[in-house]
Every structure is written in structure tokens, then in C-alpha cells.
Design a protein around this ligand. Structure first.
Ligand code: ZN
Length: 474
């Protein structure tokens, strides 16, 4: 993440109370942000570094978290509805005995199971109906996993009961467990190959798993067996998404998997890969670490992401596990783009070497240092500001900066850079490398600092201020 505004003024830390939403990407990554807007094609959002936007096709859902309350997640609509299947028709008497007085009668169900072991068709139907009713009862109470258990127990006695298999897969689909949902559906297809419901739900499972090719195949199959307006609509949407994904072009090097929209110039992509490979070798030797898997880099020409011709500060680049960079209007790498790449790639190295446990001040301080920033411009403001009030504390900059206001974030970036500069000045880059290793295993940041640098937070704050005074302030 990169800051937009330069350090304008020294401000003390406070946390603003704007509500935070979580954008969940289809690859599982989560981005905490505010003012999330979904216009159907893009999801745009705000962080302390500015306003960004993502193509809707990579977003799984947005979880709204109003005023910090939990459990108010709103999931995106499923692509198709669940088929109406009722395994209990004709077994209403069983249903009434299996659940009564707001309780599941497990004794009664056990009795039915004993009878069903004799293998009679009627007894098997009864036990299926009883487990189905118990599952519905548990679902009403929000006990999804227990409901799944009920279906599984019923399927022991009636492995080829199509309604049970369909209902079980719908439970998984509603929880976004797309792989688990495919199991009962594949089983159902073996003995019921022409079921339109099986094809419809398989389409949902593949669509949810972002496998557009297979989703299209299944929904076409469903349409052929039983035309259905809803499936037709879902099929059209999947075909649109597939076309969009096909329009990505790909470039692959030893360490990077680059994706870009067809509109981006191939020379730009080649130039970017070249810069990234150079940065990779440099970071590998500086930090004594090699990321095991290729790092994903995505170039966007999307208008909504950031119009870089009007935003030369490159505020739009983000690293959410993949490096995402807006490159609209560029035909080749520029010095500013080179800084952005080094900054974002540093985040990937730091995140992986520390097993995701590096505090934000170290992440942002080191990323700025690696891109070539130094504290000369901000030292005066930092030292003056601190002279007037209580000293700043790095410890308060460990967690997410998403809720910091622009001015406070500006201070946070500047002070973090100064702290990293001071560490490198004192012990060299090998100190940073050792600190990252310790972070991966230590119980806290401060414990990792003590093990690797032999200082605590108070020492580091002091060391940083002393460094700024000595180095920059006369
Ligand atoms: Zn950053």
C-alpha cells in the first residue's frame, strides 16, 4: 500500500470510528476497507492510502460490518436458486414423531434405524424422512454442521436418495464449500445422469469455485434437459465472466506470474517483468530469503482503479497477496512505476519471510526504504512535533492502518521509515533479516526484537529519535 499525501503536518494518533467492511476475494484474500460501493461491474473502496477499485469478477462477496458489530455479513446472491425437494411427502406421521415439542426425538430415530437395517424399502424411506426433518429443524436453529450430519446419516441408509443428495449439496453451496458440494452431486449423477437439478447445482458449484468453463458446460446441459429462465440467465453471466477472463493475457517468468488485460501493451508487460526480476534478485540477497511460489502480479487498465495520468503518485497499487497495479495510459516502465514495483514486491517478501507476522510499521517502513525513500524531508517535522508533545510509539503502529485518517497515516509512514532507517544504520540489513526470521516464530513483535536486536519498543523509539536528530536536524 502506498500513501497518497506527503507528510503535511504532525498529528497524533487516534483511531477514527468509521465502519469497516471486508471485501472477500475469490482467491480467499480479505481486504478491510470503508465506503465499499458495488456498481455491478466494479467494487470500489477506501483505505488510508486512497480510493481503489477491483473488477467485480474477482470479488466473492462483501461483508458489511456496521459500527463494528459482528455477524451482519451479507453474502452475494447465489447464481441460481435451490430446487424444491421434499423427501418427507407421504411420511408426515414420521415427521411428527421425529421432531416434537421443539426437540429431536433421537430415541425414535434410533428405533427407525434399527428397523431400516433389516433392509426393507419402507423402513429406509422412513429413516430418511426422519433425518431430513431433523436436519430442517437444526437449520432453523442455525446448526448447519449438525444438519449436514443428519443428511450424512440418512445417506448411509439411502445412498441413492436424490432429494437428500441435492439438499446436502445446497447446504454446502450456501456455505461457499464448493468442492464439498460437488461430492454428493457427482454421486447423484452416477445413478441419475439426466437430472436437470444435478446439472443446475453443479453449475453453481463450478461458478462459485471460479471455474467458468465447467459452469458453462453444466448449465448448458441443464438447459438441454429442462429449459429454465433462471439457468439461462446464469449461463449468460458465466459466459460473460469467461470472456472477461479469457481477455487476460499471461506472462510467466521464474518468479512471477503476470496477468494483464488485453489492452495493456506487451512491451510494458515485458518491461515490468524485467524490473521485477531485478528487484527480486536484490531483495533475495538483501533479506536472505527466496519466496517459494511464483508471485502473482496483475496489471489493470481499468478506469475505476486509478487513472494514473492524473494520479502520478501511484496511489492505486495494492498488495493483497497479489501485486495489483493500474497501468492505464503507460506504454513502458517509468521511474515512478519502478519505485512502486519495488515497494509492493518488498511487501511480498516481508509477508512471506515473517509468515505474515510483520507489524505494519516494519512492512511500510521497509517497503519505503527499499523503493529509495529516506527521512530527509520529514525529519524536521517529526522532531519538532515530538518536541511539543508526548513521544510517538511504534508499538501503536503494529496493527492495521486502515482506519487512520490521512494526516495520521502520513505521520505513520514517515515515522516507520525513520525507525527502519535507524535499524539499518545501527546494524545493517542483516538485522532486518534476522528480525523477520524471529517474527515468524516469536510470540510477539517485541519478543522478536529482543531476540534479534536486543532492544525493546522503548529503546527503538528512542533510537529512532536520536537517529533523526543526529542525521538530519542541525
Ligand atoms: Zn505499502
Amino acid at each position: 500500500m502506498r500513501r497518497v499525501a506527503p507528510v503535511a503536518a504532525f498529528l497524533f494518533l487516534f483511531v477514527c470510528s468509521a465502519s469497516a467492511d471486508t471485501i472477500v476475494l475469490k482467491n480467499g484474500r480479505r481486504i478491510v476497507a470503508s465506503n465499499v460501493v458495488d456498481d455491478g461491474e466494479h467494487v470500489s473502496y477506501e483505505t488510508s492510502a486512497g480510493r481503489f477499485s477491483l473488477p467485480k469478477s474477482i470479488v466473492a462477496r462483501v461483508e458489511r460490518d456496521n459500527f463494528g458489530s459482528f455477524g451482519s455479513a451479507s453474502h452475494s446472491e447465489p447464481p441460481v436458486s435451490a430446487p424444491q425437494v421434499e423427501p418427507v411427502r407421504g411420511y408426515e406421521d414420521v415427521a411428527q414423531l421425529a421432531v416434537h415439542d421443539n426437540l429431536i426425538d433421537y430415541g425414535y430415530i434410533a428405533k427407525l434405524e434399527t428397523e431400516a437395517r433389516s433392509g426393507s424399502q419402507a423402513a429406509t424411506q422412513k429413516v430418511s424422512a426422519a433425518h431430513y426433518v431433523a436436519a430442517q429443524f437444526l437449520l432453523q436453529k442455525g446448526e448447519v454442521n449438525q444438519a449436514i450430519d443428519q443428511y450424512r446419516q440418512a445417506l448411509v441408509f439411502a445412498p441413492e436418495n436424490l432429494p437428500l443428495l441435492l439438499n446436502l449439496s445446497v447446504l454446502y453451496l450456501r456455505q461457499s464449500q464448493f468442492k464439498a458440494a460437488l461430492d454428493p452431486l457427482e454421486h447423484a449423477r452416477r445413478f441419475s445422469p439426466d437430472s436437470p437439478d444435478v446439472a443446475k447445482l453443479m453449475g453453481w458449484a463450478y461458478y462459485g469455485a471460479n471455474n467458468m468453463d465447467q459452469a458453462v458446460v453444466e448449465w448448458k446441459r441443464a438447459e438441454k434437459i429442462r429449459p429454465d429462465a433462471e439457468v439461462e440467465q446464469a449461463l449468460e453471466k458465466a459466459q460473460r465472466d469467461k470472456a472477461e477472463e479469457d481477455s487476460y493475457r499471461e506472462g510467466e517468468t521464474a518468479h512471477f506470474a503476470l496477468k494483464y488485460y488485453g489492452g495493456a501493451a506487451p512491451e510494458l508487460a515485458r518491461g515490468i517483468l524485467h524490473l521485477l526480476e531485478d528487484d527480486f534478485r536484490q531483495l533475495e540477497s538483501d533479506l536472505d530469503y527466496t519466496p517459494p511460489d511464483p508471485i502473482a502480479v496483475i496489471l489493470y487498465t481499468e478506469q475505476g482503479f486509478a487513472d494514473i495520468t492524473r494520479a502520478p503518485s501511484w496511489a492505486g497499487a495494492i498488495n493483497d497477496g497479489r501485486i495489483r497495479i493500474p497501468v492505464q495510459g503507460l506504454t513502458g516502465p517509468t521511474p515512478e512505476l519502478a519505485r512502486v514495483l519495488k515497494h509492493e514486491l518488498t511487501h511480498s517478501f516481508v509477508g512471506q519471510k515473517s509468515h505474515g507476522r510483520a507489524p505494519t510499521w516494519l512492512q511500510e517502513g521497509l517497503a519505503q526504504w527499499m523503493e529509495g525513500r529516506r527521512s530527509a524531508g520529514s525529519a524536521g517535522v517529526l522532531v519538532d512535533g515530538i518536541g511539543q508533545s508526548e513521544p510517538p510509539r511504534l508499538e501503536s503502529l503494529e496493527g492495521s492502518w486502515m482506519s487512520l485518517s490521512g494526516g495520521v497515516a502520513g505521520f505513520a509512514y514517515a515515522y516507520s521509515l525513520a525507525a527502519v532507517e535507524a535499524i539499518i544504520q545501527n546494524g545493517g540489513m542483516s538485522d532486518v533479516s534476522r528480525l523477520l526470521d524471529r517474527l515468524a516464530t516469536s510470540p510477539s513483535t517485541e519478543a522478536a526484537m529482543q531476540e534479534s536486536l536486543r532492544i525493546d519498543y522503548a529503546d527503538l523509539d528512542q533510537q529512532t529519535m536520536a537517529y533523526l536528530r543526529k542525521e538530519y536536524v542541525r
